[in-house]
Design a protein around this ligand. Structure first.
Ligand code: FAD
Length: 397
């Protein structure tokens, strides 16, 4: 059975048709049987088994919004967000990997690839036989995606050679198909021209799995490209714009990871508050604890609705850059606060690794950084706001 969010929230329910609700029930069962029992083991091993991605693929989790003709489920973004949230309640690392695969790698190939490219990578990329990764970030190109130093040169018609170094790439060393952003020259405005390339696993030289604070079972990778063969994905020079459009979808997934972690932490805090006694009373009887619980519930509900708003627009195919940025900014920061409060409510027990509260807390922190930091989201939101005012003033003149 799907959880209270869908049962209680008529707004979410209205966005999830019966077939999609049935899919969410199967994701719920999968998370309970195939993810929850192994979450601690994977965390300790700092590794996710390949088999879990195959099982996720068979369920439809590796191509939630991909059209059915390409082997995907063809579902909307509300369902996508709820599916990612469901996995994140048990394992943030698996949720972020599945989200990056769906929205970034698969999303970019779907929107920019040719029919021939689609035929080659789909449906293996959506049935779980293959994993995808999306590589924009480099040592000199983080928040400033225009700083990409990886280069691509066309050696013969359609034969591109890539050289460079990519850092912090989710699933980078595991992926069978990678989308790699590289500089292909300088555009007419004198700025770096960035293009996207489809690159096969055989073409990358893995460097290392980066040791991260949270999401330890996720494969955050560095790799080198040395005379790597790549195939242009989309028009030459369209890479940065296409990447930003993918991030609009990607941020819904990151926000959904935040929702799942925060819900898991809050549920655990509620259970602990009603069972733990101090001074002869339940922790839940102290007003200081009640207020922490209330603030967490309010923030989480607000975050859920902001994610829903972005998801509805994405499903409609409407522009949602600002709404995705708002949802990701608010959900990620709220999740950090909620996990922090949950840890506090657990006292010393929350600080131990005997229970997963500290894991939720570490895992939640990434969402304030990945796919554009909170500062970058504030830039996106304020830019959109100011542009609408400028446009209104200009049309009134
Ligand atoms: C676990 C993990 C997984 C990731 N997965 C991927 C992936 O799959 N693919 C991929 O391409 N990348 C990935 N990334 C990279 C991620 O998107 C970047 O880390 C992020 O965009 C920030 O870039 P940076 O780390 O270089 O920080 P920087 O850009 O160096 O920023 C450092 C600080 O300065 C602030 N800052 C920067 N510019 C400004 C500004 N103009 N105004 C105000 N503040 C500013 C930032 O907000 C931040 O607080 C991943 C990162 C991590 C940690």
């Amino acid at each position: 059975m799907i959880d209270l969010l869908l049962e209680e929230h008529s707004l979410w329910r209205g966005q999830v048709p019966p077939a999609e609700a049935a899919f969410l029930n199967s994701v719920h069962a999968f998370a309970g049987a195939e993810v929850a029992p192994f979450a601690d083991e994977w965390e300790r091993a700092e590794e996710l088994p390949r088999a879990v991605f195959r099982k996720a693929g068979r369920l439809g989790l590796m191509g939630v919004t991909v059209p059915r003709r390409l082997g995907g489920r063809g579902f909307g973004y509300a369902t996508y967000a709820l599916a990612i949230r469901e996995i994140a309640k048990h394992q943030g690392a698996l949720a972020i990997d599945i989200a990056a695969h769906n929205a970034l790698a698969v999303g970019h190939i779907l929107s920019q690839g040719t029919r021939a490219q689609h035929r080659r990578v789909f449906p293996r990329l959506v049935n779980g036989d293959w994993i995808g990764a999306w590589a924009l970030t480099e040592p000199e190109a983080g928040s400033d995606s225009g700083g990409v130093q990886t280069t691509a040169v066309e050696r013969a018609a359609g034969r591109w050679e890539l050289n460079g170094f990519k850092r912090f790439i989710t699933l980078g060393r595991k992926a069978d198909a990678l989308v790699v952003m590289a500089a292909t020259g300088v555009n007419e405005k004198g700025r770096k021209e960035i293009s996207a390339f489809l690159v096969a696993k055989s073409q990358i030289r893995p460097v290392r799995k980066v040791p991260t604070c949270g999401l330890r079972a996720s494969e955050t990778s560095e790799f080198r490209l040395v005379k790597a063969r790549g195939e242009l994905l989309g028009e030459r020079g369209s890479g940065q714009a296409a990447a930003l459009a993918c991030l609009d979808k990607g941020r819904i997934g990151v926000a959904a990871v935040s929702l799942g972690l925060a819900r898991a932490a809050l549920d655990a805090a509620l259970r602990h508050a009603v069972t733990r006694k101090q001074f002869g009373r339940r922790l839940a009887d102290f007003q200081a604890i009640q207020f922490m619980l209330a603030d967490s519930e309010v923030e989480l509900r607000a975050a859920e609705l902001l994610v829903l708003e972005a998801a509805i627009l994405a499903t409609k195919g409407a522009r949602h850059t600002r709404q995705s940025a708002i949802a990701k900014l608010y959900a990620s920061e709220a999740a950090s606060r909620i996990c922090n409060r949950a840890l506090q409510i657990h006292g010393g027990y929350g600080y131990t690794r005997d229970i997963p509260i500290e894991r939720y807390w570490r895992d939640a922190r990434l969402s304030e950084i990945g796919e554009g930091s909170s500062e970058v989201q504030r830039i996106v939101i304020s830019r959109a706001l100011l542009k609408s005012v400028d446009d209104a003033l200009a049309s009134a003149r």
